[in-house]
Ligand binder design. Sequence first.
Ligand code: SAM
Ligand code: SF4
Length: 344
Amino acid sequence: DEFIAVLKKVEEGEELTFEDIVLLLKTERKAEMDALFATADRMRQEIIGDVVDIRGAIEFSNICRKDCKYCGIRKTLPELERYRMTEDEIMEIVHELHRMGLQTVILQSGEDLWWTPDKIVALIQRIKAETGMRITLSIGERPREEYALYKEAGANNFLLKIETTNREIFEFIHPDDDYDHRIQCSQWLRELGYINGSGSIIGLPGQRPEDIARDILFFKDMGINMIGIGPFLPAKGTPFEKYPPGSVDMTLKAVAVTRIVCKRVFLPATTALASLDPDGQTKALKAGANTIMLINTPAKYRYNYQIYSHKNMIDLKAAIKAIKEAGRKLPPYLKVNVEGLEDA
Ligand code: SAM
Ligand code: SF4
């Protein structure tokens, strides 16, 4: 049978073609999906091992100059209360993450130009000086020189998702963005030496398995190191409010195939998947994923960073539960009383 033949190619270390990838993504048979997930899981185990990396995210501003049609903090949402954390507020959380033993902090925001290069550089330098933590930036498109300044100041990783490599869909969902410029930004980040993050949204209007297959080959060709794959989730008040969410199965298949094709990469079990399916993170960990991102935005701001409605607030307790359920190992650097957390 064709499906088994493709998985056999994987076992034998052969590269998959575009057609092979489409075939894997298209299956809807339970037994075939399980075989696909098991193959990706085995590969993850051989390449990365059993430890699940945990990272902490601070969503430090929900102010954005853009109007991405899917996004729950897009510019045109008159009802949304906007916030911008101060440097001290951010540092308070950074120290909390550092005390937990975490090694990487993710700084995420809308495209908020109040955060000038000077301010961002000062924040990066302060995090480095006070904690030495690794820093992931997820702040959208900026000029090359700015990316260079952040790298020099000590930023390690950058997450800028392509969202989809289908140019028509990309342009339809991004009224402010140019597809070629987005790719250009990703290339700059790679040239500057960042650990380079990208990813896709699964279930965008008009998106087909062939598009997702092209996304995965794009990540491979671009040498992307971190790949965030999450389902589309409708956000209230946006043009896509009434659109159906992406499928859990398609998201898991995309995660599994990405592990198989891109091999040694960081694959998060995404918050979006956890929001769609309460067992989503455990399932992703069993289908090739190897990292979890906590949401550490202060409670008073969190509600206003609902990039999609009903966002699941992944905390350490939820992450540990998913890791245990998947039969995996907590990171050795964690400095928390895990039993105490579980009893709580
Ligand atoms: N503004 C930066 C950017 O766009 O890269 C970072 C923040 S943005 C909110 C982070 C990610 O959220 C995007 O890359 C996108 O994939 C995801 N996102 C936003 N709205 C979403 C939705 N409704 N469903 C699924 N993912 C969504
Ligand atoms: Fe802004 Fe990012 Fe949302 Fe687009 S996805 S509206 S750039 S926060």
